[in-house]
Write a protein that binds this ligand. Structure first.
Ligand code: AMP
Length: 391
């Protein structure tokens, strides 16, 4: 029986997991799934590699299942499944590595203490990302666990690209641009040489368009700029996050609207973006299906903001050779891809509607000066690769 690597992506109310068989240098997905609705109405579901349901459990409305309970259930599921038999390591998605952790790292007690100190930089994610590492370490102290950071891939950016125009009294606390979605961009950069060799060598902007969304400027596969900065609320308009915002608006909400910091945080992270502008939904599928005028305006703004930020990323790259679409909206929405490409026609993108309609990897015409691509991301596989390499 093959060795298995487990990948965990834990949030405040959910734990997503994938398990990979290790066959030499190959990693084959055996099962994936999630526990959602922690502390409210927990629900576990797992699928085999071919998408067939492999397990399901409902705890019922109001059940107080916490992260430890969810991990215990996952452990029992994996032990009863082929994927639990030779668990050799666990890889975790950790949102913030700060300035120090610029590569994946074995998550021992000392590293965990260091990562805890980064919680003020990502209070909504970091504690939840770290919790399962401690829970698993308590039960299996000898099982190697690897922390993989969403910030690490952007460590290649220059200090200029990372800087805010703020005084040192503020920036010395670690206030700078970090960038996120790094595991997604790293995966895309890893497959580009095979899928689009010229884009791999050239100046490429990757558009990770999911619930969270950002652009990354890749120069020969290295991150040189990103639309996300100090936190994951900067840059593009997202499902429920506002993206780039004049800081004066925050002061106005504080001074004139009497909102406190937590209310503003809630608005910027959970009540803005597609949801806030449309008043209909933060889900792109629902907006595309809606006849509501506000839904249409929200989509118009979403596309317009991508165009503006594409200009910024291209300026950082001193030009543009290719654009890559990935994540939920980027991989599945033909309409959004078409609108983004048509808006960027002035860059020299000759969009190919037939290729886009067929679901081809290349959606620009052969004569296009700037090529356009659709490449599915795989952050879990990236984490499994890092885990395999470190253990
Ligand atoms: P992610 O966070 O990567 O899972 O992406 C979630 C986003 O992708 C949501 O806004 C979904 O509505 C959107 N999405 C998924 N499938 C489609 C689709 N076929 N067409 C448009 N948007 C989609």
């Amino acid at each position: 029986m093959a060795d298995v690597i487990l990948v965990i992506n834990a949030g405040s109310s959910s734990i997503k997991f994938s398990a990979f068989d290790v066959e030499g240098s190959r990693l084959d997905l055996v099962t994936r799934g999630q526990v959602e609705g922690l502390f409210s109405s927990p629900h576990f579901v797992a699928y085999n590699a071919d998408g067939e349901k492999a397990g399901e459990h409902n705890w019922g409305e109001g059940a107080q299942l916490d992260h430890a309970g969810a991990i215990a259930h996952l452990g029992a599921f994996l032990r009863g499944h082929e994927a639990g038999h030779h668990l050799i390591g666990v890889g975790h998605r950790v949102v913030h590595g700060g300035a120090h952790f610029t590569k994946p790292v074995l998550a021992n007690a000392q590293v965990l203490d260091e990562l805890d100190k980064l919680t003020p930089l990502a209070p909504l994610h970091q504690p939840h990302n770290l919790k399962p590492i401690r829970i698993i370490a308590e039960r299996n102290p000898d099982l190697p666990q690897v922390a993989c950071f969403d910030t690490a891939f952007h460590a290649s950016q220059t200090t200029l690209a990372q800087a805010f125009a703020l005084p040192e009294s503020i920036t010395k606390n670690g206030v700078r641009r970090y960038g996120f979605h790094g595991l997604s961009y790293e995966y895309i950069a890893s497959v580009l040489p095979e899928v689009a060799p010229a884009a791999a060598r050239g100046r490429t902007v990757v558009a990770h368009l999911g619930n969270g969304a950002s652009l990354c400027a890749l120069d020969a596969g290295k991150s040189v700029a990103s639309t996300m900065g100090f936190t994951a609320v900067d840059g593009l308009m997202m499902g429920t996050r506002c993206g780039n915002l004049d800081p004066g608006v925050i002061l106005y909400m504080f001074d004139e609207l009497g909102m406190n910091a937590r209310e503003i945080e809630d608005l910027l992270y959970r009540g803005s973006g597609l949801l806030g502008v449309s008043g209909v939904s933060g889900d792109m599928r629902a907006l595309l299906a809606s006849q509501d005028e506000r839904a249409r305006f929200a989509i118009d703004l979403y596309v317009y903001r991508i165009g503006r930020e594409l200009g910024s990323m291209s300026a950082a790259l001193q030009g543009l050779d290719a654009v890559v679409f990935t994540a939920g909206i980027g991989e599945h929405s033909k309409e959004i891809r078409q609108r983004v490409c048509e808006q960027a026609a002035w860059w020299g993108i000759e969009f190919d509607p037939a290729a886009n309609g067929r679901g081809d990897a290349c959606i620009s015409k052969p004569s296009s000066k700037v090529s356009a691509w659709v490449i599915p991301t795989n952050e879990e596989l990236m984490i499994a690769r890092h885990t395999q390499a470190l253990i």
